[in-house]
Design a protein around this ligand. Structure first.
Ligand code: PA5
Length: 411
């Protein structure tokens, strides 16, 4: 099971009755009908619907995922962490860089491709643009509009938006993102499920992991330690700590850091508040950003994730006599990772840095599910404590609005 420990000289100022009260009010908030992400592990219907679509299209050789922000980062994170190379070739169109688009689409045989268009609003310009390009690519491959249902699947709001309308018009399968689940909280919906299924990931196990977190937060002891963590972040934030580093010691969790960055930044960064998220991963970033984390301004919450057991390993045995080689010879690669992790953790603590040590037993579906729901719940809890609405993103909306105005004015 995922667990967390605070490694900091700062202690959160909370007592047990306060903790219990705060936790029960938080759990009430999470079960309100406006907030859907916490209940997603129980939405088996969403898995079943996605499974049907997967069964129909599983023969496809290419999976083209179109989406941006919350409609892309979650699925990319799931695939990097857990994808087992099912043989399907994935193409993520998550930007509007024409050169990148060309490089990606050049490799695709459109007749063999399933195009998964994901947009909660169904109106995001970047996503609509990519869809238009893919429609032209289908046309070039001789595929007509009346065949779109064999090449497209949509994923959007159950009622609203252009995509929902088009889905009906074209007879294209359209999967639901529940209305009460926002983009960055949507990975545990068909947004993440369909690409995950194509990649051989056991979606049910991911959800079971998320369900563990649901259960644990309702447990008074674990719930209290979770609240203590959120309160600790809030107090540091009040003292001027305004950055959060997320640093898993795993290359395969690098995209988990990128996913977390969006979740944390878009949810908490408003009204002059927030803790700028910094993505990192160990041990690589020990040779890059760690100098600053260790001795730069002490204005960061450092969340380090340890993966206790790797699926593969390599002995470092060798017969060389040089010190660097000899020291490593009795060990395996995973031992070196452990040493780097422990060494950094100790040094950060000695330097008075504000560290949270997160630990998962291994990189498996259930633990990734736990990491996902844990991060979402923590984000919402910190949002409540620093008094911002974690579910809106007025700053993003403003940019979208001006971009659309620019297009109208330049026609
Ligand atoms: O979290 C969010 O709501 C945003 O980051 C969206 O995911 C992003 O703007 C894309 O929006 P949409 O899914 O509506 O295309």
């Amino acid at each position: 099971m995922l667990n967390w420990k605070l490694r900091s000289s700062h202690k959160a100022k909370v007592n047990t009755p306060e903790l219990e009260k705060a936790m029960s009010s938080y759990l009430k908030t999470l079960s309100s009908p406006d907030i859907g992400f916490f209940g997603l592990p129980n939405r088996k219907d969403l898995v079943e619907e996605t499974q049907k679509v997967f069964n129909q299209f599983k023969h496809k050789k290419y999976f083209i995922h179109i989406g941006i922000g919350g409609s892309a980062l979650g699925p990319e994170m799931l695939l990097s962490a857990l994808g087992n190379g099912s043989g399907v070739k994935f193409v993520f169109i998550n930007n509007i860089d024409p050169d990148d688009m060309c490089r990606k689409l050049d490799k695709v045989d459109m007749k063999e491709a399933l195009i998964y268009v994901v947009s909660k609003s169904g109106t995001t310009a970047e996503t609509v643009a990519a869809m238009a390009i893919l429609m032209n690519a289908l046309k070039d491959a001789g595929i007509k509009e009346n065949q779109y249902k064999d090449h497209f699947v949509f994923c959007t709001d159950p009622v609203k938006g252009e995509l929902r309308k088009l889905g009906k018009e074209w007879g294209v399968h359209t999967l639901d993102i529940p209305s009460n689940v926002g983009g960055r909280f949507s990975v545990l919906t068909p947004v993440g499920f369909l690409p995950a299924m194509f990649s051989g990931i056991n979606v049910q196990d991911v959800l079971e992991g998320a369900e563990d977190i649901q259960r644990h937060l309702s447990d008074p002891k674990i719930g209290a330690s979770f609240f203590e963590l959120a309160q600790w972040i809030k107090e540091l934030h009040d003292q001027g700590v305004n950055q959060t580093v997320l640093m898993p010691y795993s290359s395969l969790l690098k995209d988990y850091s990128s996913w977390f960055v969006q979740l944390w930044a878009e949810s908490l960064g408003k009204n002059g508040k927030g803790l700028t998220p910094i993505p990192a991963y160990g041990a690589t970033d020990q040779h890059s950003q760690m100098q600053l984390f260790m001795e730069g301004p002490n204005d960061k919450v450092m969340m380090l994730i340890e993966v206790e057991k790797f699926h593969n390993d390599y002995p470092l045995k060798n017969s060389l006599s040089g010190e660097a080689f000899k020291n490593l010879a009795p060990f395996k690669l995973s031992d070196l990772m452990k040493a780097e992790f422990e060494g950094t953790l100790t040094a950060l603590q000695e330097n008075g840095r504000h560290v949270v040590h997160l630990q998962i037993p291994s990189l498996q579906e259930e633990y990734v599910g736990q990491l996902i729901l844990f991060a979402e719940c923590l984000t919402v809890m910190v949002g409540e404590l620093i008094k911002v609405d974690p579910f809106n993103q007025p700053g993003v909306e403003a940019g979208k609005k001006y971009a659309n105005e620019w297009l109208k004015n330049h026609q």
